[in-house]
Design a protein around this ligand. Sequence first.
Ligand SMILES: NC(=O)c1ccc[n+]([C@@H]2O[C@H](COP(=O)([O-])OP(=O)(O)OC[C@H]3O[C@@H](n4cnc5c(N)ncnc54)[C@H](OP(=O)(O)O)[C@@H]3O)[C@@H](O)[C@H]2O)c1
Length: 234
Amino acid sequence: MNSKQTKTALITGANRGIRYAIAQGLLEADFQVIIGSRSLKKGEIAAAKLNSPLVSVVEIDIAEDDSINKAFNELNGKIDRLDVLVNNAGIYPDNGFNILTIDRDLLIKTLNVNTFGAIKTTQIFLPLLEKADKARVINYSSGYGQLAGLSASVPSYCLSKLTLNGATIMLADALASKNITVNAVDPGWVSSDMGGENAPRTIEEGADTAVWLATIDSVKDSGKLWRDRSIASF
Ligand SMILES: NC(=O)c1ccc[n+]([C@@H]2O[C@H](COP(=O)([O-])OP(=O)(O)OC[C@H]3O[C@@H](n4cnc5c(N)ncnc54)[C@H](OP(=O)(O)O)[C@@H]3O)[C@@H](O)[C@H]2O)c1
């Protein structure tokens, strides 16, 4: 059960990568942090590293509605509301493909996780988000999803983040009357399993804007793409 004072955040795909710094940033702001991981064991290892009584783990595979529903039902009994949902989980499986060679199955797989996963998680967790005062949904997007970032390469990932940006605008519109803001974040090129070791940004830099959006007193803008705490063009 979350107390009246302690805000609660769920971070999907949170057993490695940028999520670790998001979780740390939210813990520093006294949030109760729920790590969503498709492997419970990996999630528990990640939670142990965070070493805080305010961290817990839920099993969630955002590619599967049954799994998202199961995670919701498990948390619905434990928390009164969800103040922040960070749709962070994502895949980057395009190595060796361009827009002329990618097959349908890979396009479907990537959009299913990166776009539809964020939409479905938001839909399914809405009853808990609605119970919070001015809940926030933060979608992890990418510069690859910006119109100016599109090229022939990285095809399924680019399309998945382009459509995630579209979903951000649409969800923001749908949830405005409920005082729930929905924003997308481009973390830049971050040194993680996905970004690789040559990436110039740390996971803390990749987490900064999301933590800021989650913790500032009020978020005036919704349906925007953010980078380095500023609005960027879609
Ligand atoms: N790193 C960058 O340079 C960069 C740049 C722009 C945007 N981003 C975005 O930032 C977010 C985090 O990236 P990252 O660099 O931290 O990536 P990462 O290190 O590859 O971590 C991705 C996370 O997503 C999880 N995941 C994948 N598919 C999932 C599913 N179906 N259900 C639940 N979890 C799933 C992974 O869990 P498993 O261990 O189970 O696979 C992992 O915890 C992603 O959305 C990414 O697209 C990253």
